[in-house]
Ligand binder design. Structure first.
Ligand SMILES: Cc1cc2nc3c(=O)[nH]c(=O)nc-3n(C[C@H](O)[C@H](O)[C@H](O)COP(=O)(O)OP(=O)(O)OC[C@H]3O[C@@H](n4cnc5c(N)ncnc54)[C@H](O)[C@@H]3O)c2cc1C
Length: 378
């Protein structure tokens, strides 16, 4: 069982780390303060081929797997979580098209999505369909060669900078659930923006509530089999980006805390020489490494075509909670300066706090994990 990355994976990590350290991290505090969308950074990631990392080469991607996606995501999130999120959401939408779309959809959408020149957002959640996605109320009805969509979507990350939303809607009766949900490619200009929330973190990439009123899309905008979109989502594992973002924040918080406490002197000595501080840093290091190992294991399992449900759930819970815990500890170890925007740690904490909810609250992932554990005893 290898515990090391391949030479190519290490090279990817080094390339992304160098870019993130030189091009993202120095701008992160200012972008966050101004709530400014990281457009140039994402365009540059597109030029470097990283936004299409896991898409097949025939569609302009790099044909890499989820381990590589986890590596890329950790490095980006260590510098700025929202950049990693915007990239991953587009890639997740592209993956649905690649796995379940028609050849015409793949030809039309994927090459531009791979370079982030055409951007997809995810429209799954609604006001009454958060954890319970099958409670969604948006409907799509067939009318000749078109589908007519009515309803709303909530928390559509990156909506304002996206070209279309992969929109999930009910196309069958509740009695057929979960085989009653279909997915459609709907241009963003067909939606009306109803609310853009002010949020604790993730301030540079907004996630508004948007409304669809009698929106017509051509029949060819249906992605995958009618009624099977919700079930088919379960076969896509790009969601590993959420724990990978947690790993990035957990690691960055550790590195910042170690550097700051090594440098800061009080009582005539480095703060990092107090044993209480050293034990906290040691705990943070364990959390970051455990989070990474669990995340890479889940990604590797999915890449090898084995069911990663148990491993993904474990990674999601542990890595996102490690991010919150490490960010919180890093803030404490920075003293009063940690509470200011002079340093990154207050942003780590605000951004990390999203990850235990986004991608499904950790309670749901604990449920999946417990189900898997009990299933093993049967
Ligand atoms: C900033 C942001 C960006 C997002 N981006 C997207 C996106 O791009 N596309 C998209 O479709 N969605 C997105 N989401 C939605 C996200 O997936 C949902 O917020 C999440 O699934 C939880 O739904 P909810 O917020 O309605 O919480 P609710 O379902 O109302 O749950 C509230 C709380 O109740 C508890 N809870 C719920 N169910 C259970 C249970 N079964 N057992 C125990 N406790 C439970 C949990 O503590 C949970 O946090 C985003 C959310 C946020 C905040």
């Amino acid at each position: 069982m290898p515990f090391h990355l391949t030479e190519d994976q290490r090279a990817l990590r080094e390339d992304v780390r160098e870019f993130a350290e030189s091009e993202i991290r120095p701008r992160a505090i200012e972008l966050d303060r101004n709530e400014e969308y990281p457009a140039e950074i994402l365009a540059e990631l597109g030029d470097r081929g990283w936004t299409g990392l896991t898409l097949p080469e025939e569609y302009g991607g790099r044909g890499e797997g989820l381990v590589e996606l986890a590596v890329l995501t950790e490095e980006l999130a260590a510098a700025m979580m929202t950049v990693a999120g915007a990239l991953a959401l587009n890639l997740g939408v592209a993956t649905v098209i690649e796995r379940f779309g028609t050849d015409a959809q793949k030809d039309e959408y994927l090459p531009e999505m791979a370079t982030f020149d055409r951007v997809g957002a995810l429209g799954l959640s609604e006001a009454n369909a958060g954890s319970d996605k099958l409670a969604m109320e948006t409907t799509a009805e067939r009318d000749g060669d078109e589908w007519v969509l009515d309803g709303h979507k909530q928390w559509v990350t990156n909506f304002s900078h996206a070209d279309f939303v992969l929109t999930y809607a009910k196309t069958g009766p509740d009695a057929d659930a979960p085989h009653n949900v279909s997915a459609f490619l709907v241009p963003t200009d067909e939606f009306e923006v109803e609310e853009v929330w002010e949020t604790l973190g993730a301030r540079t990439v907004k996630s508004p509530r948007v409304v669809l009123s009698d929106v017509r899309v051509p029949a060819e905008n249906l992605v995958g089999e009618e009624g099977e979109a919700y079930v088919q989502r379960g076969e896509i594992h790009t969601g590993v980006n959420v724990p990978a973002r947690g790993v990035g924040i957990a690691r960055a918080a550790l590195e910042d805390a170690a550097a700051y406490t090594a440098d800061r002197e009080q009582f005539g000595q480095s703060v990092g020489d107090f044993q209480g501080v050293r034990w906290t840093v040691a705990e943070m290091a364990q959390r970051a490494d455990a989070a990474r190992l669990l995340t890479l294991r889940a990604a590797d399992r999915a890449d090898r075509g084995e069911d990663p449900t148990r491993e993904m759930a474990m990674a999601k819970v542990r890595a996102t909670e490690a991010a919150v815990e490490n960010a919180n500890d890093a803030m404490q170890l920075h003293g009063g300066k940690g509470y200011t925007t002079d340093h990154h740690v207050e942003r780590y904490l605000r951004d990390a706090r999203l990850l235990t909810v986004a991608g499904g609250p950790n309670e749901l992932h604990r449920n999946s994990l417990a189900d898997a554990v009990y299933a093993e005893t049967e």
